[in-house]
Design a protein around this ligand. Structure first.
Ligand SMILES: *Cc1c(COP(=O)(O)O)cnc(C)c1O
Length: 444
């Protein structure tokens, strides 16, 4: 593989305190003009990046196990993608697809039709962010079914706009004092095997009985679910849960929407997490990994649903922007040529083995779970299943000080999630896991 930013190198190296003096000065400057509402996990300011390494303005080489929250799955500074972006930027930046169209938008939709689960007729619409895609999936579902109710799950995360805040479960920091929220959203229990001990079918029954009793099957426009929950704690539902929900939607005329914004595009060792149990959603939302860092999102679904909307009912000034679309085409080509689903499976094996071994000696690890390169540990008070957010915080801090980006998540803030770029080398991964292991032992 060629590299674009050779100066970055491939080895983690911390040369100053984290954050270093230049980053600290930049952070002071930031506080004067950037809203406090937008916060940072790790306030080091980035100069360049390559593969799985970020180079900050103090010269620290940081190992990235977060991929900007599951976005740079192809790694940083991939030359083919950079070239596609610069070529398109030289040709034209924007026309607005609703005014005068261009080919790359169609190419992205062709690739989405090819790669998303199921071989039925599909069409797509492109947007700028995951939240916008989710909003539109709900709009289309309501329009196509003539119904209003939307069913969501405990621990769900679907975004920060008004409708998607209503869909998102966690109050702090996403929702607190930002209401009133959009109506006709109904939350039911998620399948969470570590805590509920239920099989997938039982857990689905519990949720669906509640929907039937409290909402009424005939009022449900859509059920929306992340096949593996992201921000909510990398919760993997028990086998059988997703197929049962999908079946119920089929029988009851509701739209089954898989929010694959975090789990999609090779992350879980397959193109989409829904494939694991052969679930074919009526609609899929994608973003994050789709364009490798350019803002692009999509709703892809059954053509009859997607085309039910009146002409002009969907769109947006920038949705499917030419530069973002050109990037997505290059990203997907790269994912195919490098067989990134296989890379994600390999990462999953290495990480799961390492963390499961660690679990035997560390009593704060309640569970190791996830799939492919989307693996997490849930931290508990030793001997219980009670959340241990303190340990998660200490682990992230330790990793950061050693120049490793690790992210926490979970409704109770007690989950450490790993989302490395899928191009991470075995040496880099071993290095990151060794730091993480030290951090977990130190936080006991
Ligand atoms: C990140 C995320 C979103 C929101 O995407 P944005 O691009 O931040 O608006 C929605 N759903 C899931 C599952 C996500 O992980």
């Amino acid at each position: 593989m060629s590299v674009s930013n050779e100066a970055v190198g491939s080895v983690r190296k911390v040369v100053t305190a984290i954050p270093g003096p230049k980053s600290q000065a930049m952070h002071d400057r930031r506080h004067k003009v950037v809203s406090k509402g937008v916060s940072q996990g790790l306030p080091i300011y980035i100069d360049k990046a390559d593969g799985a390494i970020l180079l900050d303005i103090d010269g620290n080489r940081i190992l990235d196990l977060g991929s900007g929250i599951a976005v740079t799955s192809i790694g940083h500074a991939v030359p083919e993608v950079a070239k596609a972006i610069s070529d398109q930027a030289n040709d034209f930046l924007h026309t607005c697809f609703m005014v005068t169209p261009y080919e790359s938008y169609i190419e992205v939709c062709e690739l989405l039709a090819e790669l998303t689960p199921g071989d039925h007729a599909k069409t797509s619409a492109l947007f700028n962010s995951g939240a916008e895609a989710v909003e539109n999936a709900i709009k289309i579902s309501r329009h196509a079914t003539g119904r209003q109710a939307v069913v969501v799950f405990d621990h769900a995360y679907h975004g920060r706009t008004n409708l998607t805040m209503a869909l998102t479960a966690k109050n702090m920091p996403y929702k607190d004092k930002f209401g009133p929220f959009a109506p006709e959203i109904y939350r039911v229990p998620m399948s969470y095997p570590f805590h509920d001990g239920l099989g997938g079918k039982e857990a689905a029954e519990r949720a669906l009985r509640m929907v039937e009793a409290q909402v009424g099957a005939n009022n449900v426009a859509a059920i929306i679910i992340e096949p593996i929950q992201g921000e909510g704690g990398f919760i993997v539902p028990a086998e059988g849960f997703l197929p049962a929900l999908s079946e119920w939607c089929k029988s009851n005329g509701a739209v089954f929407i898989a929010d694959e914004i975090q789990s999609g595009f090779c992350r879980t060792g397959d193109w989409f997490a829904s494939n694991h149990e052969g679930v074919v959603p009526d609609m899929v939302t994608t973003a994050k990994g789709l364009a490798g860092g350019m803002p692009l999102a999509a709703v892809t679904g059954r053509a009859d649903l997607m085309n039910a909307v009146h002409e002009g009912g969907l769109g947006g000034t920038y949705g499917g922007n030419p530069v973002a679309a050109a990037a997505a085409v290059a990203v997907i080509k790269f994912m195919k040529s490098q067989n990134l689903p296989a890379k994600a499976r390999h990462i999953g094996e290495v990480v799961t083995k390492h963390l499961s071994d660690l679990q035997k000696e560390v009593r704060t690890i309640g569970e190791v779970r996830g799939r492919g390169a989307m693996i997490a540990i849930e931290l508990v008070e030793p001997g219980t299943k009670n959340p241990n957010a303190g340990a998660a915080k200490a682990i992230v801090k330790y990793c950061n000080e050693q120049g490793v980006i690790a992210l926490s998540c979970g409704t109770y803030g007690n989950v450490i999630r790993l989302l490395p770029p899928l191009v991470i080398t075995d040496e880099q991964l071993a290095d990151g896991l060794s730091v993480l292991g030290d951090a977990i032992r130190a936080a006991q």
